[in-house]
Write a protein that binds this ligand. Sequence first.
Ligand code: C5P
Length: 340
Amino acid sequence: MLRVGEPRSDHPVGATPYAGWVLAVVPPPVTVRVPAKVNLHLAVRDLRDDGYHDVATVFQALSLTDEVTVAATDSPGVQVHGEGAGALPTDSRNLAWQAVLALAEQARRAPDVRVVLRKGIPVGGGMAGGSADAAGALVGLAALWRLDIGRDELTELAAGLGSDVPFALHGGTALGTGRGERLVPVLARHPFYWVVALDRTGLATPEVYAELDRLRATAGTSSGLGPVEPLLEALATGDPRQLALLLGNDLQSAAVSLRPALRRTLRAGVAAGALAGMVSGSGPTCAFLCTGADVAVRVAAELAGAGVCRTVRVASGPVHGARVVEDPRPVPPPEPLAHA
Ligand code: C5P
């Protein structure tokens, strides 16, 4: 794509039709696919002075993905398509736009880009969809501008945007410490098959953490989860039955306290044939581990018929983190576009 700029009076006029004009090459849009996550183990420790909790968590990236397209434009902004799109801000509160601003500042460039989000990850569901979009925007913009920026630098920017953003870049299976932003890859030998049950409305992550603090203050308790090592061993062997016994999420009690109907969803998934069910991250999405792909399809069908959730999806993990898509679908037209 070529954009012809203003004629330059100092440029000698030559024989070619464009001589005397500045030709600016506008790079083609870049599309990045980025995964949802589930926390297989989420041990929440004490509240820190900065308002975050120290955690020890094992993330797995799932085959539910968003596509993030970043395109050069004269009218910057964010556009959202797909299920739940209406619930997402398209102004400066959008995490993908914050990612654009952070990288543009680092690169000392104006954020003259349009970000188009195509949602496949449930919105407000505890599967880090907003974090995924931020990671996609970072990778997409770095590719669009051909920035000479390493994975470590991108990860540092990602951590500044949110606790789960580095994992969305990283993908696979990883142990997260600190706020969840310090990652070490974990070996997961075989694919695991999941059913995720999406609730009708989301839960706000800060409210779920605050509910956990309240429950703990009332009961005088702390993290109920054991050490993470047995779960890491189960991942390495690839045995879903062993893994199912070790799944655990400290935020589950808080999510269930705020949304008691989740108990019924969790029971229904196990009754339908899943090995185990758990609230994903801060919820309200519930994730069910199954022995294989065929079982997952059956569990999903039964759960869908049980009337305990809005919709169900089948997914597998681990999948890779944010990556440029080589043969992207056409970018939706630029209208309507909200200016960030
Ligand atoms: O990092 P992120 O912006 O995703 O976190 C959202 C909120 O979740 C934080 O403001 C905080 O209330 C809570 N949180 C926490 N401890 C963490 C991660 C998130 O308390 N490790």
